[in-house]
Ligand binder design. Structure first.
Ligand code: AP5
Ligand code: MG
Length: 220
């Protein structure tokens, strides 16, 4: 069983890498950000609440987030494992996750921390386009692309995430440093953390991740 938790700042490439890992290991990619955006699209009560925080670059309250992830991890497709992207993001969320996994008879096997310097994060977030239908992300260095999503059969419209404005990007990075970075030591102390240089190409980072996942899981 693979229990993978991807840590990294906004724009580090968590979503990009998680999609590739999910395909490789045949396990679900669970992104708390994507789950919230799905709720916003469907105009649910949870979505309306989450939007107020997301638009400001603040974290959605722990109890709301933990409840949503609990429901997702309890689905049958998580039997063989999971890749968490963007969750946990606070120490209380990490503790709640430990309890939840114990209840479900699952565990975290490895926590890759994708490291990218701030000026590169900002550049990536500023050039990101996201598919409204499937959530796929693309890096474009131009005006809005005329064509839609190019992933497999999807033809969804590409848009700029509301939280990718310069002010909100900065806020998200500060919130990451204050509230999420303490998780690096939390998982290091548990012997689960592995550092990955996320500044290489997407393919190269993917190879580093797979090698690291194998090494840490074998050593356990
Ligand atoms: P979330 O959706 O998780 O956003 P985030 O953490 O800010 O991370 P991003 O999705 O922006 O970046 P990423 O690391 O996935 O990078 P990507 O692969 O897209 O969360 C959004 C909001 O939801 C939060 O602010 C919060 O309000 C709320 N929320 C979510 N989870 C929560 C939680 N647990 N608790 C409370 N609130 C929560 O890549 C970025 C760009 O770079 C793309 O264009 C990509 O093509 C490009 N790229 C990727 N890798 C490379 C590479 N190696 N080289 C060149 N370009 C690359
Ligand atoms: Mg993401």
């Amino acid at each position: 069983m693979h229990g993978i938790v991807l840590l990294g700042a906004p724009g580090a490439g968590k979503g990009t890498q998680a999609v590739l890992l999910a395909k490789h290991y045949q396990i679900p990619h669970i992104s708390s950000g994507d789950l919230f955006r799905e709720h916003i699209k469907n105009q649910t009560e949870l979505g309306k609440l989450a939007k107020q925080y997301m638009d400001r670059g603040e974290l959605v309250p722990d109890e709301v987030t933990v409840g949503m992830v609990r429901e997702r991890l309890s689905q049958p497709d998580c039997e063989r494992g999971f890749i968490l992207d963007g969750f946990p993001r606070t120490i209380p969320q990490a503790q709640a996750l430990d309890n939840l996994l114990a209840e479900l008879g699952k565990r975290i096997t490895v926590v890759p921390w994708i490291r990218v310097r701030e000026h590169i994060l900002i550049e990536r977030l500023s050039h990101r386009w996201t598919c409204r239908e499937c959530g796929a992300v693309f890096a474009y260095f131009s005006l809005p692309p005329r064509e839609g999503c190019k992933r497999e059969v999807c033809t969804g419209e590409l848009y700029k995430r509301e939280d990718d404005t310069p002010e909100v990007q900065q806020r998200r990075i500060r919130v990451y440093e204050e509230q999420t970075a303490p998780l690096i030591d939390y998982y290091r102390e548990k012997g689960l953390l592995v550092e990955i240089n996320g500044e290489h190409t997407i393919e190269y980072v993917q190879n580093l991740l797979r090698q690291a996942i194998t090494a840490v899981e074998r050593a356990a």
